[in-house]
Design a protein around this ligand. Structure first.
Ligand SMILES: [Zn+2]
Length: 301
């Protein structure tokens, strides 16, 4: 399958929300009003549709993927949407890649990883930027890494700034994953959004380790908050020069409707990479690694 831009595409990082996800948010005291205010000033979304009982999340996303010619979409799945997503994998066996959201401080976190692997998930998602009093190198995380190792699960991590309201940026530095990456050379760690502001640290890690990857997902608006100018082309160039094109996974961070699948994110990132090809900095093969091959290899598709 080729995307509308002429190259095969797998989106390695998006989200799977359903009606339960939203109800859970409201239960935790999150109001749509505060969320809408944050998204208005920090994202390109002007409105959000709330999933209701009749909402077919799976079909909505498959329609979007078909519209743009996208092979698959890797999605972070919270506990509220877990069972629904299992059904989705049965209905559309080749269109999604599941990563289960795991909070290592829960006593059964490692069991959940094992269960997720048995249920067909290909990885887990950790969200250290939102953790309280827990670092990714702390003891409770190690059984989770063991379970990932034993079940061949990829580890996605969201460090850096976040739209989520519960952030604790003391836990937001991707350098924190260096020690686990050393202790688990057979595991692969993917830092979302190029580190969401901690780009330098993710680049430095390319010197230090061989198993720390990065995803390109979202608008990468974190670059606006750095004290120097950076654009997508520069980000890709630096990332490829530091780690190689095999270390970067394309993603959109698509989450909500009516926005749907973020074709504009694909367009901007493909354009940046194609410019690097015409500048002679990278080759076509690098582009295909980033937009298709790397996630295929890492998630054993
Ligand atoms: Zn995300």
């Amino acid at each position: 399958m080729n995307s509308k831009l002429g190259l095969p595409v797998i989106d390695a990082h998006a989200h799977y929300f359903n009606v339960n996800t939203m109800q859970n948010w409201l239960k935790r005291g999150r109001t749509m009003e505060t969320f809408a205010n944050r998204t208005k000033t920090r994202t390109d979304m002007t409105s959000i549709e709330l999933p209701d009982e009749n909402w077919d999340t799976a079909q909505k996303w498959v329609d979007e993927l078909d519209k743009y010619g996208v092979e698959r979409m890797g999605v972070m799945v919270g506990p509220e949407a877990y069972d629904a997503f299992k059904e989705t994998m049965k209905r559309f066996p080749d269109r999604f890649i599941g990563y289960a959201n795991i909070y290592p401080a829960e006593p059964d976190a490692a069991d959940k990883v094992k269960q997720a692997a048995q249920d067909g998930f290909k990885g887990i998602k950790l969200y250290p930027s939102s953790w309280k009093d827990l670092k990714v190198y702390d003891e409770p995380c190690y059984p989770v890494y063991d379970a990932c190792k034993n079940n061949d699960m990829l580890v996605f991590l969201h460090f850096g700034i976040t739209i989520g309201g519960q952030a604790d940026l003391r836990n937001g530095n991707p350098i924190d994953i260096q020690v686990p990456s050393r202790d688990y050379p057979e595991l692969n760690f993917v830092i979302a959004h190029f580190g969401a502001g901690w780009f330098r640290e993710v680049l430095l890690m390319q010197y230090q380790t061989d198993n720390v990857y990065m995803d390109s997902s979202g608008s990468n608006s974190w670059m606006k908050y750095l004290p120097y100018d950076l654009d997508l082309k520069m980000i890709f160039r630096k990332a490829i020069q530091a780690g190689g094109s095999h270390k970067i996974l394309f993603g959109t961070d698509s989450t909500f409707f009516p926005r749907g699948w973020r074709f504009n994110v694909l367009e901007a990132q493909v354009n940046a990479c194609r410019e690097l090809v015409s500048d002679g900095v990278i080759k076509e093969e690098d582009v295909s690694n980033i937009f298709h091959e790397n996630i295929k290899r890492l998630a054993h598709l």
